[in-house]
Ligand binder design. Structure first.
Ligand code: NDP
Length: 241
């Protein structure tokens, strides 16, 4: 069974990914977040011990090398790395505190880059691996009030494309997924009418769900993803079509 590390796996999109991969029976999943949620604990109970929680504040980037080492020591080679942990901030740039800007960039950009450095090194020695970064459609569409968040997600897309070229020769794939609006804690500030408006403007007239992102992650980690690398796959029910 292959080990997959899913950051931000305690709720929302990350929980859907962790659950889906663990339930497939093909993967042993290590979900990472600051706190274990009740939903994750329940899901771990349902998946015959293929789903584990390990706590780490990924915003404290100096702790990442030791954390990556401890996961490898405990579980063995990591085949899949899904960078999903992320925070958003609603607010115009002019009103944001510098500390908010720095925290966002630290978690959304620095932490995936540093964690990848320590995990991909071993993937290269193992000669196999799949990396999936959760970006966002706002990286390419833009959205007032999300400038710093959009910058962080665009950085992740750029990181994905270049890293794919660096590590492809040893058989590692690196892709990103750009979800559209998905109802989670991150997006609770958008009211019902706002959600309906986005759905109305989407080609498919509805919003995607966390499970749709999980399906794409499963595909990229599986046999179907073996020749897909350096791409950003949009999962947005056609809101940007
Ligand atoms: P949620 O807020 O629901 O979940 C975020 C997850 O990240 C939680 O598990 C949280 O756990 C974890 N997390 C937050 N801070 C840290 C930290 N410092 N260290 C470790 N883990 C942390 O977000 P979503 O599920 O909505 O989003 C997941 C990803 O998808 C994000 O990267 C987001 O930007 C992206 N995305 C989301 C969209 C949406 O519409 N929802 C659209 C496009 C992209 P804990 O707090 O316990 O640490």
């Amino acid at each position: 069974m292959r080990n997959v590390l899913v950051t931000g796996g305690s709720r929302g999109i990350g929980l859907a990914i962790a659950r889906r991969l663990a339930a497939s029976g093909d993967y042993n999943v290590v979900a990472v977040a600051r706190r274990e949620s009740e939903e994750l604990a329940a899901a771990a109970g349902e998946t015959q011990r293929h789903l584990h929680f390990r706590a780490c504040d990924l915003g404290a980037t100096e702790t990442i090398p030791a954390f990556a080492k401890s996961v490898r020591n405990e579980f063995g080679a990591i085949y899949g790395l899904v960078h999903n942990a992320g925070i958003g901030t609603d607010g115009l740039l002019a009103t944001m505190h510098n500390s908010e800007i720095e925290s966002l960039i630290r978690l959304n950009v620095l932490s995936p880059i540093i964690l990848t450095k320590y995990v991909a090194r071993h993937m290269m020695a193992d000669g196999a691996g799949r990396i999936v970064n959760i970006s966002s459609i706002v990286a390419s569409t833009g959205y007032s009030g999300l400038s710093v968040y959009a910058a962080s997600k665009a950085a992740l897309a750029g990181f994905t494309r270049s890293l794919a070229r660096e590590v492809g020769r040893v058989g590692i794939t690196v892709n990103a997924i750009a979800p559209g609006f998905i109802d989670t804690e991150l997006t609770r500030s958008l009211d019902e009418e706002g959600r309906r408006r986005i759905a109305r403007r989407s080609a498919l007239r509805h919003l995607p769900e966390a499970g749709d992102v999980a399906s794409m992650v499963e595909y990229l980690l599986g046999e179907g993803g073996r020749n897909i690398t350096g791409t950003v796959v949009t999962v947005d029910a056609g809101s940007t079509a």
